[in-house]
Design a protein around this ligand. Sequence first.
Ligand code: 1GP
Length: 254
Amino acid sequence: MTTILETLNERRKAGRKSLSVLIDPDKIEDVSSLTKLIQIANESYVDFFFVGGSLITNSNLSKIIQSLKSGSDIPVVLFPGSNMHIDLNADGILFLSLISGRNPDLLIGQHVVAAPILKNSRIEVLPTGYMLINSENTSSVSYMSNTNPIPSDKEAVAACTAMAGEMLGLKLIYMDAGSGAKQHIPAKVISKVRKAINAPLIIGGGINTTQKAKEALTAGADVIVIGNAAEKNPNLLIEVSEIIYDFNKVLDVH
Ligand code: 1GP
């Protein structure tokens, strides 16, 4: 069976783009409200569900994963805010090292606690360099992680950070402007990082229009993540997945 990482690497090599929908348990009051989102995701070209957030104040995480797993074959990947946010029924976990920050707990500390739990499970561990890029507003993740994001006009800092993460052996790089970011990651930052690394590049934060999705994909994102905007308007997924389909269709012709 192909692993999630193999799928991402194969797509990266072929230049194929992917779409991930982020579900933040804290924003879901009633799990049954996900039914429409799951149905739209199944009918459009959604490749992954990411589940998680900086702060989870309810007990929905496992119910959400159960309902995604029973309603869809799309792989479910945890996007944890801490080692408390682990549910072993997910298919994979972004094992995030917050390499844009200098908080040792989020570079290695949480991982030590999580490692034995993950080692004894079937869940696929995806070593991921997680980089926060400054937006106009302070993101929850920047506040909660007690780290400064990389300024959005410092492309070289972002590129060298991603490069170092890859040299340390991290298999994916996820650049995030933060959930609900007013300013999504500028194309210049994405393209500079894209050129600096070989690993699949995940981009998220504030992608709430088809235009912004297209811009991130054109600049070099392999995977785009849409959270808030999909929760507000699940139909956006149909429009964005058509854009992704168009990107990938061109590759099929050659
Ligand atoms: C946040 O990258 C994700 O960590 C998605 O952000 O909710 O703004 O789409 P949005």
